[in-house]
Design a protein around this ligand. Structure first.
Ligand SMILES: [Zn+2]
Ligand SMILES: [Zn+2]
Length: 897
């Protein structure tokens, strides 16, 4: 739908769509902006232009329109107390990681807190009516503006004032009256300064009028009245009209402080601390001038660089003032903003990574580090995290508990960035040497594949500027999750299946066949669990045919059969495979236990990323920054089994979704969003509470045992834990023990062998000198000393042994010493070495043959192998152990004849 069309239509009937009671009472005039043609309402008869086109735009900088000054925390207290005083419930912020909607990674507006997607429709669920909430929102589209424009943030607090017009809530008149009084009574702004601009809002199939309110050109809030649905002209009024007033808290602080930028008053002491630390000489008049120029001219130029150049010129800044003041200031603002974003995101369980919303977090951290390095700022990230949290805890107490976790994650991620720099540098150098300037697509590809930020390339002068579309393109790519569509089956006019597994869960039951087509069967009732939440489907038999798959289509369960089909209208008997279900159920419940055990052992950032539960194996993928160590795995397993042993009850309760969220928080959405209003909460005491539709054991000891079989870092930020439970775990342990036992036995045998060898060496060392002494004395003829046969002739002496008492060590040592003592001697030692027989030959310098090598060659031939060596020493052998004597005979003849 065209917004302009709706606006034209609504503005044509201002009494109906825009004129609220307050305008009447106070005497607001409706005027047309001569510049942009928009209609606005004002009490100032001299005002002829809309706030954005007026001369007083941004004149609050250096000259705020309020007597009182409120910083960020104080501004919220003012807003909160005003709305509470006026009958609103103050609701705590929701996580910035949008766990309750699968089309968003991050919470991008306060109203998102209360939106739930049901099918293709967005419905509102309010925990109170009317209410006010200080919702932190994350937006990554305008990153290049952050720190530069004075008012763009990657995370900001959107005050949400929400109301449903009924007996408790209100509609337009009261809303605008409240907003007017908030500005005048609570903040002390002169009513003549307040301007309301007519606008419209449309999205998600509904639309309505809206009134933006401005003070001195700064839009402080926008009250949206969602009232209609359908196409303009063919629309109907919504059953549930909603007021969604969103206002930037940063702007409320800014307008009362009148600082040059919103950054100067929204980060508590951080900006000042950093300015002092870096040592920038601030001239507020000059800065006010400069940032007013920036603010006023943002819409007038096609890119930020031109806006800056224009502002530098108009504010009369010298080149030196730009490099010494503006550039480092922009860096400080950027660092403060980006770090605050990371603190909220990590506290709420998100991790920087290269997938999904993690991309945006990684890029903001890399921008922080890159900025610090580019400007040569020696800053301590941990110290800055402390400053932020100490300041923010006044409004967001919960951040305090996550302080260490935030530091841990940022440290891990900063280290990772440093490690990747060498590779990044290489790629950048390569581009530079080729003289290539990458375009936006190249930049996105480079960031996604190698983590190279355009900021880094700019720093290395590979690109002159970051293309203005880069961050919005990247943000679009990684803002939402795309869903896989289920195959459409002809299931019209079939009533919802009665789910017996949520009731008595009979494993034998009768049911009526409502539909039978192709290989699919729909029953009026079923105990067959359909694939869902990572739990694999039940198997079994329907009318005697095998059930091979079960899927859920909406609220209808479809069974896939193999081997035959029953007829429509028939009553069939059904049997669920209990053993399979039992295995799956234990594994499923173990997933809950392991998930919470992992979080306890590793840190609060651990969430279930996905899970898979089969009969005999299962896996749980958790969000974690690094691969698990053996110690961590052991600790997780130990904690999990202690929960099993405690035999804790697994409780199942149904809650209204809003009640469950308020009672347990968003931790319940471990398995993703739950698209129904009444949700099933599965709790194992306080240890684990999740919204889950699967099958679970009644008490934890039924699981018997949980065994982690393997863990693996499967992608950036995700670790897979493979495990087994129940009987499979017992079998696994048994098998593992058997393997261990076998290994222990093998180890013992090896040790024994080594020991014997050592003993023999020792014996040989002692024995050899003694043997040599005796041999040297042997006369002509044959004799034997120990196990050595000796044949002495006029020509020389030949000693040999085939005894199994001697090993390689002995033969080598003995032979060597023998020919040294008796140069006329030769030696041949033959011994078994596993399946082969080996020979060691020594020939003395003055021996008859003088060539050990040729002897080795010849006798190896006999032994069925090969051998060789030099004149003094040679070795060989073969496979034929029966030829030992023949080999010796040959050696003897070669040595002596
Ligand atoms: Zn205008
Ligand atoms: Zn479950």
């Amino acid at each position: 739908m065209d917004k302009e069309e709706i606006l034209a239509k609504f503005s044509a009937d201002p009494v109906k769509y825009y004129k609220v009671k307050l305008f009447e009472e106070q005497g607001f005039e409706r005027k047309l902006c001569a510049k942009c043609g928009r209609f606005f309402w004002t009490l100032d008869s001299n005002r002829n232009h809309c706030p954005e086109d007026s001369d007083d735009t941004y004149s609050f900088i250096g000259n705020p329109p309020t007597k009182k000054r409120f910083d960020y925390s104080q501004a919220w207290k003012e807003v909160e107390s005003f709305f509470v005083k006026n009958g609103h419930t103050s609701v705590s912020r929701y996580p910035v990681v949008c766990r309750w909607r699968d089309d968003l990674y991050f919470t991008i507006a306060s109203v998102v807190d209360f939106q739930r997607v049901m099918g293709s429709k967005v419905v509102f669920e309010f925990p109170a009516n009317p209410l006010v909430v200080p919702q932190m929102c994350l937006r990554f589209k305008d990153l290049e503006n952050v720190g530069v424009t004075g008012r763009h943030f990657s995370s900001f607090c959107m005050i949400g004032q929400l109301s449903i017009p009924n007996s408790q809530g209100y509609w337009k008149d009261e809303c605008i009256d409240l907003d007017f009084r908030l500005l005048t009574d609570q903040f002390g702004i002169n009513k003549n300064e307040i301007v309301f601009v007519e606008d419209v809002w449309e999205g998600g199939g509904s639309f309505g009028s809206s009134l933006e309110f401005y003070v001195r050109g700064l839009e402080l809030g926008n009250a949206v009245f969602t009232e209609f649905q359908g196409e303009l002209g063919n629309h109907t009024t919504l059953d549930q009209k909603v007021i969604d007033m969103g206002a930037g808290l940063e702007r409320f602080a800014w307008i009362t402080m009148g600082t040059p930028t919103a950054y100067d008053c929204c980060f508590g002491p951080i900006t000042k601390n950093l300015i002092k630390k870096v040592g920038i000489d601030i001239d507020s008049d000059l800065l006010s001038k400069y940032f007013v120029e920036i603010a006023k001219n943002q819409g007038r130029f096609s890119n930020l660089l031109e806006v800056k150049e224009h502002a530098i010129k108009n504010a009369g800044l010298s080149h030196q003032q730009v490099t010494k003041i503006i550039n480092p200031l922009e860096g400080i603002y950027l660092i403060a903003d980006h770090l605050r974003t990371l603190i909220f995101a990590i506290s709420d369980g998100a991790l920087p990574s290269n997938v999904g919303g993690g991309y945006n977090l990684r890029i903001v951290l890399r921008r922080i580090i890159g900025t610090m390095q580019r400007l040569g700022l020696d800053l301590d990230l941990n110290e800055m995290i402390d400053w932020h949290i100490d300041y923010l805890k006044k409004t967001y107490l919960e951040l305090k508990e996550k302080r260490d976790d935030v530091k841990t994650i940022i440290e891990v991620e900063a280290k990772r960035y440093e490690e990747s720099k060498i590779r990044m540098q290489k790629i950048a150098d390569n581009l530079k040497s080729k003289g290539q300037t990458p375009n936006v697509d190249d930049l996105i590809r480079m960031y996604e594949s190698d983590g190279i930020t355009p900021d880094y390339l700019k720093e290395l002068e590979v690109i002159p500027e970051i293309p203005s579309t880069f961050y919005s393109r990247l943000s679009d790519l990684h803002q939402s999750v795309t869903k896989k569509e289920k195959e459409k089956l002809p299931l019209q006019n079939i009533p919802d299946t009665d789910l017996l597994y949520y009731k008595d869960d009979p494993h034998q039951f009768d049911a009526k066949v409502l539909k039978a087509f192709e290989k699919f069967v729909v029953l009026d009732r079923t105990s067959f669990y359909a694939r869902g939440g990572g739990q694999e489907p039940d198997h079994g038999r329907i009318a005697g045919f095998d059930v091979v798959d079960v899927e859920k289509h909406g609220n209808i369960i479809v069974h896939e059969l193999n081997g035959g089909m029953p007829k429509e209208g028939e009553t069939v008997s059904c049997v669920v495979d209990s053993q399979r279900r039992d295995g799956i159920t234990k594994n499923h419940t173990s997933t809950h236990i392991l998930n919470s055990s992992s979080r306890n052992v590793l840190g609060s950032w651990v969430w279930q990323n996905s899970a898979f539960k089969e009969e005999d194996h299962a896996r749980l993928d958790i969000t974690h920054h690094s691969a698990l160590t053996e110690k961590q795995v052991k600790e997780i397993e130990k904690l999990a089994n202690s929960i099993v042993q405690k035999n804790l009850p697994v409780k199942i309760e149904n809650f209204d979704r809003g009640t469950a969220e308020q009672k347990y928080g968003f931790r319940i959405y471990q398995g993703g969003i739950v698209p129904v209003k009444s949700i099933r909460i599965v709790s194992i005491k306080d240890f684990d509470v999740e919204a889950c539709g699967g099958t679970h054991v009644k008490k934890t000891r039924e699981i018997e045992l949980i065994k982690i079989t393997r863990t693996k870092r499967i992608q950036d930020g995700v670790v897979r834990i493979e495990f087994v439970s129940g009987k499979t775990a017992q079998d696994y342990v048994k098998q593992h023990e058997d393997e261990q036992e076998k290994m222990r036995e093998e180890q013992a045998a090896k040790e024994e062998k080594d020991k014997r060898r050592e003993q023999r060496k020792e014996q040989a060392r002692e024995k050899i000198p003694f043997l040599l002494e005796q041999i040297m004395q042997s006369k002509i003829g044959t004799s034997k000393v120990d196990e050595i046969e000796i044949r002495t002739t006029e020509a020389g002496r030949f000693c040999y042994s085939t005894s199994d008492q001697y090993d390689e060590y002995f033969h080598i040592n003995f032979g060597e010493k023998l020919i040294k003592n008796d140069p006329k001697a030769s030696y041949c030692g033959i011994f078994d070495d596993d399946s082969t027989v080996r020979a060691i030959i020594y020939s003395g310098e003055e021996s008859k043959n003088k060539n050990a090598g040729s002897i080795a060659k010849e006798i190896s031939k006999i032994l069925g192998g090969s051998g060789g060596g030099n004149e003094r020493f040679a070795q060989g052998g073969g496979k034929d152990k029966s030829k030992k004597d023949e080999a010796i005979k040959k050696a003897k003849s070669m040595a002596l004849e």
